[in-house]
Design a protein around this ligand. Structure first.
Ligand SMILES: *[C@@H]1O[C@H](CO)[C@@H](O)[C@H](O)[C@H]1NC(C)=O
Ligand SMILES: *[C@@H]1O[C@H](CO)[C@@H](O)[C@H](O)[C@H]1NC(C)=O
Ligand SMILES: *[C@@H]1O[C@H](CO)[C@@H](O)[C@H](O)[C@H]1NC(C)=O
Ligand SMILES: *[C@@H]1O[C@H](CO)[C@@H](O)[C@H](O)[C@H]1NC(C)=O
Length: 241
């Protein structure tokens, strides 16, 4: 029994230790969408001009965003997000209208253990998706009734999380803020990143800013599981699992 739980424990932590790779997501696909509040004029992780908050923007889940701290390759990208259905309500809600919105990624949604931004290359979030868009909402740029609802049936209007499809779109022709004269190309907020190195943010925090990781691969292989195994043994002995 102890052996089995140790084994499970190690697999669990090994999976966690393997979250290092960014998600190489397709240009078009499915995701979840949540929403969060961002103060008017706020300069978020990508360093976009504060005026970006006047237009539809979103944070992207860390492992798709491509950086654990500051700028990532997703900065400035535009996606057309279409609401499919909700599933936090019972029964799931399928709207009778199709709602879409073109957002620009200006922020990072940090990787968490179990939340909506917990998706990694190998692990889906609780909505069964690898990617989450965290929409800046409410927003002056988005109608208050953007999210469909059925208040008389559910007793509330905010489902919190939606199952969505997304398409990568050209910011210059599709994003509402593109016509604004504000300088989008500030800090690491390309006006229209295409994935090419001359117009896309590098994974700044991991390549250029975080302290260098001097541990060798062999050291890492032994160091992480060893500490965690110790913790697992202690946790087991003290009846924590
Ligand atoms: C709300 O849900 C109920 C039960 O499914 C349905 O009969 C009704 O037509 C819905 N109303 C709207 C506005 O979607
Ligand atoms: C999200 O939508 C897709 C496509 O319609 C569907 O296959 C999937 O089951 C949905 N997921 C949830 C959690 O509702
Ligand atoms: C976004 O997707 C919706 C639904 O597929 C579509 O009707 C709309 O034209 C798209 N908008 C853009 C800018 O691609
Ligand atoms: C980036 O490089 C591509 C291909 O060389 C070129 O077409 C594009 O204009 C360049 N973009 C910028 C912003 O320099």
């Amino acid at each position: 029994m102890l052996f089995l739980s140790l084994l499970l424990c190690c697999f669990a932590f090994q999976a966690q230790a393997d979250t290092g790779a960014w998600i190489d997501y397709p240009a078009d696909g499915t995701a979840t969408m949540t929403h969060y509040t961002i103060p008017d004029g706020f300069i978020a992780a990508c360093g976009c001009n504060g005026d970006s908050t006047k237009y539809p923007t979103a944070a992207m889940s860390q492992m798709a965003y491509g950086s654990s701290d500051a700028f990532g390759p997703a900065c400035g990208k535009c996606f057309n997000v279409t609401l499919l259905n909700t599933y936090t309500g019972d029964p799931p809600f399928f709207p009778t209208v199709v709602k879409s919105l073109v957002i620009k990624v200006t922020d990072l949604c940090p990787l968490s253990e179990a939340g909506w931004c917990s998706g990694t290359q190998t692990k889906k979030n609780p909505g069964g998706q690898y990617i989450n868009f965290d929409l800046a909402y409410p927003s002056a740029a988005i109608p208050d009734d953007f999210f469909p609802s059925n208040a008389s049936y559910y007793g509330y209007t905010d489902f919190g999380v939606w199952n969505v499809t997304y398409q990568t779109v050209d910011c210059l022709t599709s994003w509402a803020g593109a016509k604004n004269p504000a300088p989008w190309e500030v800090v690491c907020c390309p006006a229209n990143p295409t994935g090419s190195s001359n117009d896309t943010c590098p994974s700044y925090s991991d390549d250029n800013r975080l302290p260098p990781d001097t541990m060798t691969n062999v050291a890492r292989m032994f160091a992480v599981p060893y500490t965690l195994v110790t913790l697992c043994v202690l946790a087991h002995l003290f009846g924590l699992q």
